[in-house]
Design a protein around this ligand. Sequence first.
Ligand code: NAD
Length: 489
Amino acid sequence: PTMAHSKALLVLENFIGGKFVPCSSYIDSYNPSTGDVYCRVPDSGKEEVEAAVKAAKDAFPIWSSKSPMERSQILNKLADLIEHDLEAFAQAESKDQGKTITFARTVDIPRAVHNFRFFASSILHHVTECTEMPAMGCVHYTSRAPVGVAGLISPWNLPLYLLTWKIAPAIACGNTVVAKPSEMTSVTAWMMCKLLEKAGVPPGVVNVVFGTGAKAGEALVCHPDVPLLSFTGSTLTAQRITEKSAPHCKRLSLELGGKNPAIVFDDADLSQCIPTTVRSSFANQGEICLCTSRIFVQRGIYSEFLKRFVAEAKKWKTGNPSDPTIDVGALISKEHLEKVRNYVKKAQAEGAKVLCGEGVDPLALPPSNQKGYFMLPTVIAEVKDESCCMQEEIFGPVTCVVAFDTEEEVIRRANGVKYGLAATVWSSNVGRVHRVAHRLQSGLVWTNCWLVRDLNLPFGGMKASGVGREGAKDSYEFFTEVKTITIKH
Ligand code: NAD
C-alpha cells in the first residue's frame, strides 16, 4: 500500500546530462532489516531513458576523443572520492540491501573503489596487434575505438560493486553510459552520481536512470542508439534481454546465475575447507552468484565433514546488519525470503534432512528487526541430485551436502546442472586438482580457496551462467570495436 510519505523518506532522482532530475512517478524501496519503506526510487520509463541516451550520445564525441591518460586520471579521482566517503557508502549499502555493515565495509565499497582504480590503470596498458606480409608488401594492424552509448543493467546483491565493475571499463574505454541499477538497491548509485562532477566526469558521460526492469530496463534494451548492453542478473531476464535486443543486433555481455558445486576429496585439509565452504555458502546471506550451494563430499569423510560443517554453520550469527558482530543480515525482500524458504520446504517434502537453520533452530531477533527478512544459515542433507534444491539457483543461505565415491562420478554429477559459473575443488593431490578443474563445466574453478580474484583474468560463466567474460582484457574487448587496417607500401 502506498503509505503517506513523510518528509523523512529519502527521495532519489535520476542523473541525466550531469543534473539530478525528478521523475513523475516513484516506487517504494524497503529497508530489508526492518520491513519499512524508507526510500522512493524514480519509476523511469521510455521518456527518461530517451533523455539519458540523448545526453550520453551528446557527450560521446568529446569523451571518446580524450586520451586514455586523461580518462584514467578522472577515474582515479572518482575512486578517491568514493573511498573518502567509504563509511557513508557502506552504511547506505547495508541499509538498502540488508547485507551486514561488515560485508559492505570490507567487500562491497572497497571493491567499487578498486574497480575504478583497476580500470584507470589497465586502460593505459593495452596494445593492439600488427602482422607483416612481406611478399605482398603489406602490414596489417588493428585499432580499437569506443563503441558509443553502453547500456548497463545491474542486480541487487552487490549493488555498487557490480555497477562500477561495468561503469569503470565502459568509460575508461571512452564510451558514455546509461546505467540502470536494480530498483531494490538504487541508493549507492545515486550517491556516486553526486561525486561525478567533482571527479571531473563531464556531464552526460555517466547517466543513471532508476526504475524497474520491465519499464526502465526494457526501454534501455530496446533503444536503437544503445549498441551494447552489459547485464548482470538472472538467466530468465537475460533470455528476455536477448530476445528484445535481437532486432537491433546488439552486442551483449551476460553475467548470470549459478548452481556452484564444491567438491571435497578425502585428502582435503578440512581445517581450511570447512570454514571456507561455510563462508562460500553463506556470505552475503548466500546472495552472491558465486556462492556454493551443492557440496559433494567423498564418502570416507562424509559424516565427519557434515558434523563439523553444521557446527561451524551454527556459529554464524544472524541479526541486525548494522551490528558489526553479525555474520548474516537480511535477505533482499519479503518475496525473495518466501521463495528461499519454499525451497527448504520442498526439500523436506521430498525426504531430505534439514540439519540446521530454517525450521530447525530458533531465530532470535531484536524488537526493531522483527519484521525484517531474516533466515538462518540452513544445511540440507540426503537430497537427490534431481531435486529442485540441487538443480535451481536458490540465492539464499541454503546449501546441500551429499556424498560421492569416485572422481569420475563426482565430475559427472557436478556438471549435471544447466549452470556453469563457479566451482571449488578441495584436495591435496595436485594431479587430481588439475584433472578435475579441466573437466568441470565452469567459468571459474577455485581449488583449496574461494573468491580469490585477479581482475586481470576472465570472469564469467558457461552454459546458462552467461555469455562473454569480464576482466582487464575481456572488458576492454567488449567495450571497444576493433578494426583491421592493411597498408601496402
Ligand atoms: P534480475 O534478472 O531480476 O534483475 C537484474 C537487473 O535486470 C535489475 O536491474 C532488473 O531491474 C533488470 N531487469 C529485470 N527485467 C528486465 C527486463 N525485462 N529488461 C531489462 N532489464 C530487466 O536479477 P536479480 O534478482 O536482481 O539478481 C539476482 C541474479 O543475478 C541471480 O540469478 C544471480 O546469480 C545473478 N548474478 C550474477 C552475477 C554474475 O556475475 N554472474 C553476479 C551477481 C548476480
